[in-house]
Write a protein that binds this ligand. Structure first.
Ligand code: H2U
Ligand code: ZN
Length: 344
């Protein structure tokens, strides 16, 4: 019997993530299985514009004792409980080739998106989201100038399900001396694509997806949000500029406005999907600040939301995922269609 065409909506198959080099197993037939496992609690959003007990609200005292200023826009401060320190020990320890350790230096900052305790990214005005993007960009430039800062990771944990410690809209910025795992992997893969094809991996990918349309969630002239062909999390998305940019500071005013508009629309679609403040980890990936050029690097944001079929049933990355590789049930195309159906 000769080979038959693979039906990506019905047949079990695997898809390659060109950014990580990992394969994801897709099992479209599996969505019908019953669930008698853990149900997540539905956390109500805060109704308070200013919460006297919140350590991120303007004028309040933080856990470390410092009082926040009466900030009116975004507010950045050094994390009172940092995972990395500027004055690390640069020494390497090679006790044995199987027992290797390296000193690591870095900085950890917290970024409050708004003085308003009760807003989420989707509810913030576009001007407010633009201020967040501008702050990400200025932090990237100033932190990137430090000789011991070679990578900058901007991220947000939203919702208790994803480990957020507080409902106040906020994210974090961590820097590293040594490139972290995800950045090494994406650097290598993007550099390889540039070498082999003479073009940028994500420029090529976004053009391809815009042409096909089936995985697009929303787009404007400068930015696009899509469910990647290789998505692992049920409603995972990738947000990227349509024209090449390696880092946030390479976006002009128009590009930043376009980014804000797509972020807002995507956040509103997420919140509408299960009628809740949709939990996720999101992060901005940009070229390392180690002065190495990185021509193949294309700025992008990943959204990794854990929810699977309702506001209370999440996907667990356990079993096969921990021991073999990522797996998903319904297809990325079905996820994109669900997100496109939502009001925004
Ligand atoms: P998460 O909600 O993603 O955990 O981020 C909150 C961060 O804020 C967390 O890293 C820091 C925590 O260390 N933090 C302070 O720096 N000061 C405080 O008063 C409380 C929380
Ligand atoms: Zn607050």
């Amino acid at each position: 019997m000769g080979p038959t065409e693979l039906n990506l909506q019905a047949d079990v198959h695997r898809r390659l993530n060109p950014l990580s080099g990992e394969w994801v197993l897709v099992s479209p037939q599996r969505t019908a299985r019953p669930w008698q496992g853990q149900l997540e609690e539905h956390v109500q959003p805060s109704a308070l514009a200013h919460d006297p007990s919140c350590y991120l609200c303007p004028g309040n005292r933080r856990a470390g004792g410092v009082v926040n200023p009466d900030y009116l826009s975004t507010f950045v401060f050094d994390n009172d409980f940092p995972a990395l320190r500027a004055q690390g020990t640069p020494a390497e320890v090679h006790v044995h080739s199987l027992l290797q350790a390296q000193g690591e230096r870095g900085l950890c900052r917290v970024l409050c998106y708004s003085p308003r305790h009760d807003l989420t990214l989707g509810q913030m005005p576009l001007t407010g989201i633009r201020e967040v993007i501008d702050t990400w960009a200025t932090q990237t430039v100033s932190l990137g100038r430090e000789p011991f800062v070679n990578a900058i990771t901007i991220f947000e944990n939203r919702g208790a399900m994803m480990g957020a410690s507080n409902a106040h809209p906020h994210g974090q910025i961590w820097t590293n001396q040594h490139l972290p795992n995800e950045v090494i992997c994406e650097s290598d893969r993007q550099a390889r694509h540039l070498r082999e094809h003479g073009s940028c991996l994500l420029c090529d990918y976004s053009a391809l997806e815009l042409d096909r349309g089936e995985r697009i969630v929303c787009a404007n002239e400068d930015f696009v949000a899509l469910v990647p062909f290789w998505a692992v999390w049920p409603f995972e998305t990738l947000v990227l500029p349509r024209r090449h940019a390696g880092a946030l500071d390479q976006l002009d005013a128009r590009g930043r406005d376009a980014f804000a508009q797509v972020l807002k629309e995507l956040a509103r679609r997420y919140d509408a999907l299960f009628d809740m403040v949709f939990p996720y980890t999101m992060g901005v990936h940009q070229q390392p600040t180690d002065g190495q050029g990185h021509a193949g690097w294309h700025l992008h944001a990943h959204f990794y939301p854990p929810l699977l079929r309702s506001s209370t049933v999440r996907k667990f990355m356990v079993g096969y995922e921990m021991l073999a590789g990522p797996q998903r049930d319904f297809t990325p195309e079905a996820a994109a269609a669900r997100l496109r159906e939502q009001p925004c």
